[in-house]
Design a protein around this ligand. Structure first.
Ligand code: CXF
Ligand code: ZN
Length: 361
């Protein structure tokens, strides 16, 4: 099968022919139909975060089950599925406490490292990014890394639920628990930021302030439900947000992954407000906060994949889409083939697209 392979940080991905094993035990073999191109993959391609090579990147994919291992009970061939990087073991303390997104025993869902690998290039083992490896014609996944979805949702839209949508909506509903009537600021209007905007609208926020350096992205944010916009180019947007919200917002979301914007997300809060940092802030960057703000009960917190319990949350998001309450159609702004993956990254860097989705035959 063809796959886009990561070989070295800073180098383009290369399209190569890999061998994918047959599903064993609780594994399922999925024919990829669509793969969203997410900023997080680019962080790894650029070496901002390390990842072992060679690896198949991609973690926002959807497809059709082709074959299942002998112990699989959850899906059958022909089922439509969304791949989820929040693969869960189902029996560790995190899973049993209702936080399967933080599963502490992913190893239980992976192959024994000394045995036959899932993916190979000749005799060499190839890593599967986040246990998915979605930039490939096929994905060999643990059954707990997929969610079955109705065939009513087109798979190129469904793919986005695998990352951007679950991350953004989940940050709003599960992590921050945004209340009806509240005010929200969203830093960054890419795929995740727009999902936060849509989530805030679904949660009944009265004011949704979108912040970005690109004016065209702010225009898009308005279409998705932003009530106000702030252009952040060269300027600290905190004063403007405080002005618009009459003293600070109840909830803020950082969907970029920068120290500066994480700090701004905290400083634009009203007393009692909560900042949720979604973006991947590099570990070398320390977030600095003036301690006096804690006296008025301001909070800052992390979130991982929208604190998702993916088998519960994803079917709900699919229903929102089918009911016309979640706009995924306009989030897919470009479709490309697998061998155009590097151009898709370039377009993302230039701020040209909300989401490129790679489509497969
Ligand atoms: C990320 C989270 C960290 C690993 C890669 C995927 N989430 C969304 O893009
Ligand atoms: Zn992602």
């Amino acid at each position: 099968m063809k796959a886009a392979v990561f070989r070295e940080p800073g180098k383009p991905l290369t399209i190569e022919d890999l061998h994918v094993d047959k599903p064993r035990g609780r594994e399922v073999l999925v024919r990829t139909v669509a793969a969203g191109v997410c900023h997080s993959d680019l962080h790894f391609v650029e070496g901002l975060y390390p990842y072992p090579a060679p690896a198949v990147l991609g973690h926002e994919s959807a497809g059709i089950v082709e074959q299942v291992g002998e112990q699989v009970t959850y899906v059958s061939p022909g089922d439509h599925v969304i791949a989820c990087l929040t693969v869960f073991c189902g029996s560790c303390e995190q899973c049993l406490s209702g936080r399967p997104n933080l599963c502490s025993n992913r190893a239980a869902t992976q192959r024994d490292p000394s045995g036959e690998p899932r993916l190979k290039l000749g005799n060499e083992m190839v890593h599967q990014f986040m246990d998915i490896g979605g930039y490939a014609e096929k994905m060999l996944l643990h059954e707990n890394a997929v969610v079955k979805v109705t065939k009513e949702i087109p798979l190129d839209r469904a793919a986005l639920i695998g990352c951007a949508v679950t991350t953004g909506l989940g940050a709003v509903f599960n992590t921050a628990k945004v209340q009806p009537g509240s005010s929200v600021a969203v830093f960054g209007c890419g795929g995740v930021g727009l999902a936060v905007v849509q989530g805030a609208k679904l949660a009944g926020a009265r004011q949704i302030i979108a912040v970005d350096v690109f004016e065209h992205k702010l225009e898009t944010a308005k279409k998705f439900g932003a009530t106000h916009t702030v252009v952040a180019a060269g300027d600290n947007p905190v004063r403007k947000i405080r002005e618009l919200s009459g003293g600070g917002v109840d909830y803020s979301f950082e969907a970029i992954g920068k120290k500066e914007t994480a700090e701004q997300a905290f400083y634009c809060l009203a007393p009692g407000g909560t900042a949720t940092v979604i973006g991947m802030v590099p570990g070398k960057d320390k977030i600095e906060i003036d301690g006096r703000h804690f006296l008025v009960e301001k909070r800052i917190q992390g979130t991982f994949m929208g604190s998702a319990r993916h088998r519960i949350d994803i079917p709900r998001y699919v229903d929102f889409y089918l009911q016309g309450r979640l706009n995924l159609d306009d989030m897919v702004t470009r479709r490309r083939r697998l061998d155009e993956i590097n151009q898709a990254f370039e377009a993302m860097k230039a701020g040209e697209v909300v989401r490129t989705v790679l489509t497969f035959n």
